[in-house]
Write a protein that binds this ligand. Structure first.
Ligand code: SF4
Length: 615
């Protein structure tokens, strides 16, 4: 059946944990994870609710392929109304926590209300209970994992937690599991902190049962794994170089946002690239990269495990950071590096370690530092205000700012609000490189036109994981399109957005889509889940999920005006590279996109579209 058919509802106000049957009609219409959890959320909360109030809810959910032998089937999602954007938020994480939730017998956990004092949730198969977290509050994600494992005397328990950042409700706090995997974007960790929920620890020993047709599932998953192994990106590029392989590629095509998007190429890109992580350091003769790593069930293994230079100024007096740890991945390396003009790989790794340790999204944090550095260079912020000189390129300022933001000290409190609020406060709102309040990831939309539309229309604010047209526009997957033209991009963006909703909802990693199309996912879902899971149905499910998220945002107050880009991208031409002289053509693409989607010119699904999708 794919699903466990069981939901755990945790009322933090009352301190209760109750079991419910999964709504199987919704499972048939929304598949699982992102889609199904969002259906629950939009059915249970007022779209206008304050994201940090007890009336908001937060759902941790698995998909039908989570915990199975499907490659990358270890994903889980956190769905809530996001505090950074005020829009729907769905953050996805790998590691082992999601599979453990499935092994304990649950499809999802719904958190509602707010605990009067800090608590953590312990799930051991069918048993669930809230425990006192007063001894954990104020601790990092890493310490929290250690303390809970110690307390339970169980090294195999899987834990998701927030650090001090989430407790302080830094608006881009994430939820960290397995030490360096995170439900990273949109501030889901701040929602968890607002509920006084420090951690969720799960031990499941039931395994996964109830696959509809085990023989067909075995064949489908084996066939799909072979596709991943035979593909140059998923079989060779990602395991060897990780997502960091993109740094030089994106820089060469002039789409690497640099110094808060002032530039589109970074002169030090090679110093913070995947290739640099393989080079031996002069100081100790060691490479930065120690090994690659895989999440549960993953046959790609794109994860990076690295060791920082012990003599670097950031850690020379802090041995706790000397061990091998997660990172750097491409998005984090870009946001902490090129976005700020910082070309010091060790400083980036340090900032990334702090983000993992205290639970912050390195993309939004790094991009907010980029905005602060531009405000500093314009004289709107100064050394006294920040606590350090902060010109573009300062590794010292990056290191100082990550510490103060993670711990909520001094100017860090302002950085913790994100770039939109920071730039508004200092009178230059247009300098926030964000959509709907969420900061851009690592692709400049003057050099990759489709990404401008994907960012502007992303339901959770600027994001590469909602419609990754980079695959087509840069890498030629599944077909090559010209990154410098707007032609055909509305259809391309819609196709990527709908397909990604299915990948996320199935419980698999979207990186498989470098090699897989929906045609590779469909036999796996069809063999695992009861019901009819044809290609036609999966396409419809993806479109239904996208429109459901959009309708929530519309009801929360978002309109077509919010499908926009900062003027820097639509009015300031790229200065160098293949896109030199170009701005993003959003104004041309957006009306076409609304038409392709079956939306009104005001950006709302028409009655006909809603009826077609059963919304
Ligand atoms: S491809 Fe990378 S992020 Fe995705 S499941 Fe595998 S190791 Fe994790």
């Amino acid at each position: 059946m794919g699903w466990n058919r069981k939901v755990l509802r945790v009322n933090l106000t009352a301190g209760t944990c109750t079991e419910e049957a999964l709504n199987m009609q919704w499972a048939d219409e929304y598949l699982g994870s992102r889609g199904l959890a969002t259906k629950y959320l939009v059915s249970e909360i007022d779209p206008r609710v304050d994201p940090l109030s007890p009336d908001n809810k937060m759902i941790m959910a698995t998909g039908p392929l989570t915990g199975t032998m499907a490659s990358t089937g270890g994903r889980y999602t956190v769905v809530t109304k996001g505090p950074l954007t005020g829009a729907i938020a769905c953050s996805n994480s790998g590691g082992f926590f999601g599979a453990e939730m499935k092994f304990a017998g649950w499809d999802m956990v719904i958190f509602e209300g707010k605990s009067a004092k800090p608590v953590w949730l312990y799930i051991e198969n069918d048993k669930a209970e809230l425990r006192d977290a007063s001894g954990l509050w104020g601790r990092s994600c890493w310490e929290t994992e250690e303390k809970i494992k110690e307390q339970l005397q169980d090294p195999l328990v899987r834990i998701s937690s927030i650090g001090v950042s989430g407790e302080n409700q830094v608006l881009y706090s994430c939820i960290v599991n397995d030490l360096h995997r995170a439900a990273g974007r949109s501030g889901v960790g701040a929602v968890m902190g607002s509920k006084n929920l420090k951690a969720v620890a799960i031990r499941g020993t039931k395994g996964v049962s109830g696959i509809k047709d085990f023989g067909a599932f075995l064949k489908a998953t084996n066939d799909a794994k072979k596709v991943l192994a035979d593909n140059a990106v998923t079989g060779q590029g990602l395991p060897k170089y990780g997502t960091q392989v993109l740094m030089n590629v994106i820089n060469e095509i002039g789409a690497l946002p640099t110094r808060n998007h002032r530039d589109v190429q970074f002169e030090d890109a090679s110093k913070i690239s995947a290739e640099a992580m393989h080079e031996k350091r002069a100081s100790d003769g060691k490479t930065h990269l120690v090994t690659n790593a895989a999440c549960f069930g993953c046959t790609i293994a794109c994860g990076r495990i690295s060791e920082i230079d012990k003599t670097h100024f950031t850690v020379k007096n802090s041995p706790k950071y000397w061990g091998a740890s997660g990172g750097l991945e491409y998005e984090a390396a870009w946001a902490l590096g090129a976005a700020n003009g910082v070309g010091d790989l060790e400083a980036l790794q340090y900032a990334n370690l702090i983000c993992n340790e205290q639970g912050m999204d390195p993309i939004s944090f790094g991009a907010t530092v980029g905005a602060a550095m531009e405000l500093y260079e314009l004289g709107l912020l100064d050394d006294a205000k920040i606590g350090i000189a902060a010109p573009f390129g300062s590794a010292e300022a990056l290191a100082k700012m990550v510490e103060m933001t993670a711990l909520g000290e001094g100017f860090g409190k302002e950085l913790g609000l994100g770039s939109k609020r920071l730039c508004e406060k200092y009178g230059r709102p247009e300098l926030s490189m964000s959509v709907k309040g969420q900061e851009f990831p690592a692709y400049d939309s003057r050099g990759i036109q489709g990404m401008g539309l994907a960012y502007a229309t992303s339901n959770r604010g600027a994001c590469h994981l909602r419609g990754y047209t980079v695959a087509s526009e840069v890498l030629g997957i599944p077909v090559k399109t010209d990154p410098l033209t707007t032609e055909g991009k509305p259809e391309l963006v819609k196709a990527f957005q709908d397909a990604t909703a299915v990948f996320d909802s199935a419980g698999i990693c979207v990186f498989t889509s470098f090699a897989w199309t929906l045609a590779d996912v469909q036999p796996q879902v069809a063999a695992a889940c009861e019901g009819d899971w044809s290609m036609e149905k999966l396409n419809e499910v993806g479109e239904r999920i996208w429109n459901m998220e959009r309708m929530f945002n519309n009801a929360a107050g978002f309109t077509a005006k919010d499908d926009n880009l900062p003027p820097r991208l639509t009015q300031e031409p790229a200065k160098t590279g293949p896109a030199k002289g170009l701005v993003n053509g959003l104004a041309k693409m957006l009306p076409e996109y609304y038409q392709v989607r079956g939306w009104t010119p005001g950006g709302e699904p028409t009655a006909e579209t809603r009826a077609r999708l059963g919304l």
